[in-house]
Design a binder for this molecule. Structure first.
Ligand code: GSH
Length: 224
């Protein structure tokens, strides 16, 4: 039965929104999904995320929680079954460190590599790749970042498994060579094979078209 007390406001292709849904699904929490049009924002979104006006927003007992990392921690503290974060404070700090490292150094650089052209594309792809080398070291010898089970960091970095390949194709750049990143490649497989994750990524072709249209819109705005 759908739980009316727990709502997720998201956009079908949002990798940030999918993290939140994964966290709820892993914990077996029922929720209502509300699709948002980020190009024509609803009053509900503007009301629930007055600062950033972005998805995802988790609405729990009519109270909004914004920012996917904050939401995942809230979910972990609210529903204690299937802990996502390690229990030990130092391990928790390390987990948060790598989540923000990947967000700032890999995701942002990959986003710029996808959108920009020329030297900016090349430099950002190189920066993303350099940061990815650190992630490769981190996952070496492990099934998941969380150890034997999917944890917070797997969800935070989950976009690398299904979204990055589409970004690379749409933006014509290359970071993820399986020969250079064998440990990340086997993590990717383990992650995407997981029963909770398996059928959740948005359709690849639709995602590709969406990203291509964003690149075209960005280029026409910046006068390329
Ligand atoms: N740091 C945010 C990023 C959220 C984000 O960028 N969401 C996009 C959709 S993928 C959005 O709502 N964009 C609308 C806008 O930028 O106005 C998070 O982790 O939740």
């Amino acid at each position: 039965m759908e739980n009316k007390d727990t709502k997720v406001l998201s956009f079908w292709v949002s990798p940030f929104g999918l993290r939140v849904e994964w966290a709820l699904k892993l914990k077996g929490v029922e929720y209502e999904y509300i699709e948002e049009d980020v190009f024509n924002k609803s009053n509900l979104l503007l009301q629930m995320n007055q600062v950033h006006k972005k998805v995802p927003v988790l609405i729990h007992h009519n109270k909004p929680i914004c920012e996917s990392f904050v939401i995942m921690e809230y979910i972990d503290e609210t529903w204690t079954q299937y802990p996502l974060m390690p229990q030990e404070p130092h391990q928790r700090a390390v987990t948060r460190f790598w989540a923000s490292f990947a967000e700032e150094k890999v995701l942002q650089a990959a986003g710029k590599a996808m959108m920009f052209s020329g030297d900016e594309k090349k430099n950002n792809a190189e920066n993303a790749k350099e940061a990815m080398e650190k992630i490769e070291e981190l996952i070496k010898g492990k099934k998941f970042f969380g150890g034997e089970n999917i944890g917070y960091l797997d969800l935070a970095l989950g976009w690398i498994s299904y979204f990055l390949p589409v970004m690379e194709e749409a933006g014509n750049f290359h970071i993820m060579d399986p020969l250079e990143f064998p440990a990340i490649s086997s993590w990717k497989k383990n992650f995407l094979d997981h029963p909770i994750i398996k059928d959740t990524p948005p359709p690849r072709e639709k995602t590709l078209c969406h990203l291509q249209s964003r690149i075209i819109a960005f280029a026409s705005r910046s006068g390329d």
